[in-house]
Design a protein around this ligand. Structure first.
Ligand code: MN
Length: 326
């Protein structure tokens, strides 16, 4: 059965308690960056000792840690710049340490320079809740980054080089690699190609490096912008056993112009998606992804406020109970 989880910062907080109170048993972990990376190798956020403390902290609060959703720096690896091999070494260290600690899934991505991108983070939605949105018209005149133009084939080449190095390590460690889509699924943005932005490209990812550990994070908010048949896409990748992790959220619009929504208020048939996960026997973790910022909550980390997560968890628990009881 699909298992619900939450992503929680590494320091215990009220959010941890709220998640437990909602009946969340599984956690998606993020690194403790508080010491920075200018520290002895022993203390890097992805070192064995850092990860063992992270794991026990979550466990002491009643969670099981099954996914790491954070990365050592990989910008040089993505861009194929000098120093890329050292960055890939760090990724291999992380994977080996996850294997030693029995953490089975690593969620990574292949977006160079910047991660998820929005042109607004305080758009009024239902009842005045605040959501993020993206309007490509505002980005067409945006300046290039310091890295100039980077074409998509270059990113495929750097990705293949990366996979050829990390997959044998991941196979030996028993850790699954779950690629997250580019957000938004558009290319290029500010001159930077973006390759993880279509169903065909995700199939290409699977095909260029056949391995039981090469798979995907099915982030619904992004895949919903790539297809009109999200349940069909879930069945397509599910039939290949390639969905290792799920992000549940929703949007309204197109890749060029969209807003995020409450989980029950977007363009996706969430009920049909939940049935698809049931039908493919998905038994990995699923977490609510971005949520609207609701009354009296902070919009400082748009998409990750606390109150909105409670609504999302309740909605997803109800959906899951109904679907699995059918
Ligand atoms: Mn996501």
């Amino acid at each position: 059965m699909l298992r619900l989880a939450e992503v929680l910062p590494p320091q215990p907080s009220n959010l941890w308690t709220l998640a437990r109170q909602c009946g969340v048993d599984y956690v998606v972990g993020t690194f403790d960056w508080s010491k920075g990376t200018d520290v002895p190798r022993e203390d890097l956020p992805w070192s064995y000792m850092s990860l063992v403390r992270l794991k026990t902290a979550y466990e002491n609060a009643g969670f099981r840690l099954e996914v790491i959703e954070n990365r050592p720096p990989l910008n040089k690896a993505k861009l194929g710049l000098p120093g890329c091999d050292e960055e890939i070494d760090a990724a291999c260290d992380l994977i080996r340490n996850m294997g030693r600690l029995g953490i089975p899934v690593w969620c990574y991505e292949w977006m160079p320079v910047f991660n998820w991108m929005r042109t607004s983070s305080n758009i009024p939605a239902r009842g005045g809740a605040l959501v993020t949105g993206y309007d490509h018209a505002l980005m067409k005149g945006a300046p290039l980054t310091e890295y100039g133009e980077v074409n998509e084939e270059h990113l495929w080449n750097t990705l293949k080089y990366f996979l050829d190095r990390v997959i044998p390590v991941a196979e030996e460690a028993g850790v699954k690699l779950a690629m997250h889509p580019d957000d938004p699924p558009l290319s290029p943005i500010r001159g930077l190609g973006r390759i993880m932005r279509s169903v065909d490209n995700f199939q290409r990812l699977l095909d260029i490096a056949p391995s039981p550990v090469n798979g995907i994070t099915l982030c619904q908010g992004n895949f919903a912008l790539m297809t009109d048949d999200l349940p069909g896409v879930i069945r397509h990748f599910g039939a290949q056993g390639k969905i290792f992790f799920v992000h549940m959220r929703d949007v309204r619009g197109t890749p060029e112009k969209f807003v995020e929504t409450f989980h029950d208020d977007g363009q996706t048939d969430m009920l049909a998606c939940m049935r698809a996960y049931r039908d493919i026997d998905f038994d990995g973790l699923c977490r609510p992804d971005h949520v609207p910022t609701m009354l009296n909550d902070s919009n400082d980390h748009a998409g990750y406020s606390a109150v909105g997560r409670l609504f999302a968890l309740g909605y997803l628990k109800g959906l899951r109970q109904a679907v699995y009881a059918e």
